[in-house]
Design a protein around this ligand. Structure first.
Ligand SMILES: NC(=O)c1ccc[n+]([C@@H]2O[C@H](COP(=O)([O-])OP(=O)(O)OC[C@H]3O[C@@H](n4cnc5c(N)ncnc54)[C@H](O)[C@@H]3O)[C@@H](O)[C@H]2O)c1
Length: 268
């Protein structure tokens, strides 16, 4: 039965803060680009700019990895790629199942970026019997009746939910009961999971709502300042009806900070 925690601890094992963990993929993406250009070393400032993070924060983050760079030389790009990949668990292959192969599930299945980052789509699962056996991205869709067997047979620990919101909790419960311990949820609903199961939520509409908030603010700032004495006749700028997403912090709902590191996609 799925109950309990829907949030995550502030720190993970080995004392790496969750905020640092959330920035590691940004460093890795920037480092991978440098590696592809055969750049051997990079300074903390250059890497911070490429990753969109403040350089002092970057140095602090890397200190958790035991990586301090060399004065006057910087960081060894290849070694940092290895170190961060190892820390993120990307030096091994992660089979992933996607449940709900509609518009979004099919798009995710077709996304080439998973495989290049070590995530192999092991199976596609859908409740619609007419889809069973039909290939999507070259993988035959399997019926939800097979869900538990698929997860066991493939040793899957990461599940992606792309079903309608109303089905997501039930799908989540089945995934967890079958042994899934990490879930990426695209359905617009809050999932309840037992301790030991991590949930990350992706909701593009929340991102758009936050952008709408800022657009509204900008429009308010553009309203001409009235001449003295006329102020009382002019209504104040509109108050944004922004509601913070579940789990969002004050920093999340604010504008992008000086570090430029507010993720485009909110953590669960
Ligand atoms: N997070 C985001 O930014 C984002 C963006 C787009 C869509 N969504 C959400 O993603 C979900 C899917 O959207 P879509 O446009 O692909 O919808 P869709 O209707 O095209 O696809 C949904 C699929 O889920 C299957 N399904 C339904 N119940 C199921 C169950 N119990 N088990 C397995 N499969 C089941 C359906 O057969 C269908 O193939 C929705 O919840 C939608 O709101 C999220």
């Amino acid at each position: 039965m799925a109950t309990g925690r829907t949030h995550r601890p502030a720190t993970r094992s080995r004392g790496i803060p969750e905020a640092t963990v959330a920035r590691l993929p940004l460093y890795l993406r920037a480092l991978t680009a440098l590696s592809e250009r055969s750049v051997p070393t990079v300074s903390s400032e250059e890497l911070a700019t490429a990753a969109g993070v403040n350089s002092a924060k970057l140095r602090k983050d890397f200190s958790y990895l035991g990586s301090y760079g060399t004065r006057g030389v910087g960081y060894d790009v290849e070694y940092l790629v290895y170190q961060i990949s190892r820390e993120l668990g990307l030096t091994q292959d992660w089979p992933v199942v996607i449940v709900g192969i509609g518009n979004l599930g099919a798009a995710l299945a077709n996304y080439g970026g998973f495989a290049s980052r070590g995530f192999r789509v092991a199976a596609l699962i859908d409740a619609d019997p007419t889809m069973a056996g039909k290939p999507v991205a070259g993988i035959p869709v399997q019926h939800t009746d097979e869900l538990e067997k698929i997860i066991t047979d493939n040793g899957v620990s990461i599940g992606v939910i792309a079903t309608p919101a109303g089905a997501a909790q039930q799908v989540c419960d089945r995934l967890v009961a079958a042994g899934i311990t990490s879930i990426l949820n695209f359905a617009p609903t809050v999932l309840s999971v037992p301790d030991g199961v991590d949930v990350r939520k992706v909701d593009l509409s929340i991102e758009l709502q936050i952008l709408a908030f800022h657009e509204q603010r900008k429009a308010g700032e553009d309203v001409a300042v009235p001449e003295e004495g006329a102020a009382a006749a002019v209504p104040p700028p509109p108050v944004a009806p922004h509601r913070a997403p579940p789990g969002a912090t004050a920093a999340d709902s604010g504008r992008q900070g000086p570090d430029g590191d507010v993720p485009a996609v909110m953590p669960a």
